[in-house]
Design a protein around this ligand. Structure first.
Ligand SMILES: NC(=O)c1ccc[n+]([C@@H]2O[C@H](COP(=O)([O-])OP(=O)(O)OC[C@H]3O[C@@H](n4cnc5c(N)ncnc54)[C@H](OP(=O)(O)O)[C@@H]3O)[C@@H](O)[C@H]2O)c1
Length: 294
């Protein structure tokens, strides 16, 4: 099968029979590859997607490729807190346990848009939506412990800054900065979450998948999209892009709260290791979402 030129290869024969995983944004790219691998290991996988047609197609593809896969599609629009609440309710009604919550969905460098609740789209979907989802599923993660939360970050976090004065870019919007802010927020969230849940047997990991050839480029200029598609062979395939997520899911005794790249601990920016900013962002997120998460 196709392999990119430079991506490090990784494999593990760890089985996940009897385990349950949720992968957000699992109808394409890294999320779909992650869901397929988890299903191959025997896990029951919920594909949490906003478009049910695409989700059902992804389920059919995985079922075709993985013998006796246990995969289901469920509606989740991270750009709408009502949908996130309904999804969590569905999960509590249908699933007995949750061992892996993989907060993978993302939107990148899009024109200015807001979510149903008025949050800037990238901050709202990539970070706040996943923050709320994790909060709502925490009891099931606790009940199923040991369990893991994996948040997709990006190298873009290096140029990120949490703009506390205008976190929703209402005064000024810069698409790349807003993406970087959302990915920095995911990395800070991971750090703070790990600290808060360690007594419950839940661990958390931030993952930089590397440069992966996927549909994440859909909002870039057409010429840039064409360039990236032409040179896709120097990027990782979606399967290769899923390795670090899977590494964080299956590797025993991995340090919680850390940032991982190429299936190994990696250094994140100073801003991403600032506990005061992590705490301040946590409080702001609770305030924006109207929740109390101590
Ligand atoms: N590709 C890279 O080089 C790269 C690098 C660093 C980080 N990442 C991160 O990796 C993650 C996966 O991205 P990808 O590269 O696999 O891109 P992708 O193929 O575009 O996948 C993104 C997924 O997120 C879903 N999504 C977007 N908005 C959503 C919403 N409101 N509610 C629910 N799901 C939503 C998309 O659903 P639709 O199909 O319905 O739009 C899609 O399934 C993202 O968090 C991205 O930021 C990617």
């Amino acid at each position: 099968c196709f392999r990119s030129f430079y991506a490090k290869q990784w494999s593990s024969d760890i089985r996940l029979d009897g385990k349950t995983a949720i992968v957000t944004g699992a109808n394409s790219g890294i999320g779909k590859a992650t869901a397929k691998d988890l299903a191959m290991r025997g896990a029951h996988v919920v594909l949490a997607c906003r478009d049910m047609e695409k989700a059902e197609k992804a389920v059919a593809d995985i079922m075709r490729e993985v013998e006796s896969a246990s995969v289901v599609a469920m509606k989740l629009d991270l750009a709408d807190t009502k949908s996130i609440c309904e999804f969590a309710e569905n999960i509590y009604n249908t699933e007995q346990s949750l061992h892996f919550l993989i907060n993978n969905a993302g939107v990148a460098i899009c024109p200015y848009q807001t979510t149903a609740d008025g949050f800037e789209m990238q901050f709202g979907v990539n970070y706040l939506g996943h923050f709320l989802l994790t909060y709502l599923l925490l009891d099931l993660l606790k009940y199923s412990a040991p369990s893991r939360v994996i948040n997709l970050g990006s190298i873009a976090h290096l140029i990120g800054k949490i703009n506390f004065e205008d976190v929703n870019s209402e005064k000024r919007y810069h698409a790349t900065r807003a993406y970087a802010q959302s990915k920095l927020a995911n990395t800070l969230f991971t750090r703070e979450l790990a600290r808060r849940v360690e007594d419950f047997g839940i661990t958390a990991y931030a993952v930089d998948p590397g440069k992966v050839s996927t549909e994440i480029i859909r909002h870039l200029r057409r010429s840039l999209q064409l360039f990236l598609r032409t040179f896709a062979f120097v990027m990782k395939t979606p399967a290769e892009g899923s390795y670090t997520t899977l590494f964080c899911a299956v590797t025993p005794d991995l340090e919680s709260g850390g940032y991982y790249r190429d299936c190994a601990p990696a250094t994140c920016s100073r801003a991403a290791s600032d506990d005061r900013t992590a705490c301040k962002l946590w409080a702001l997120s609770c305030q924006l979402l109207g929740i109390c998460w101590d």
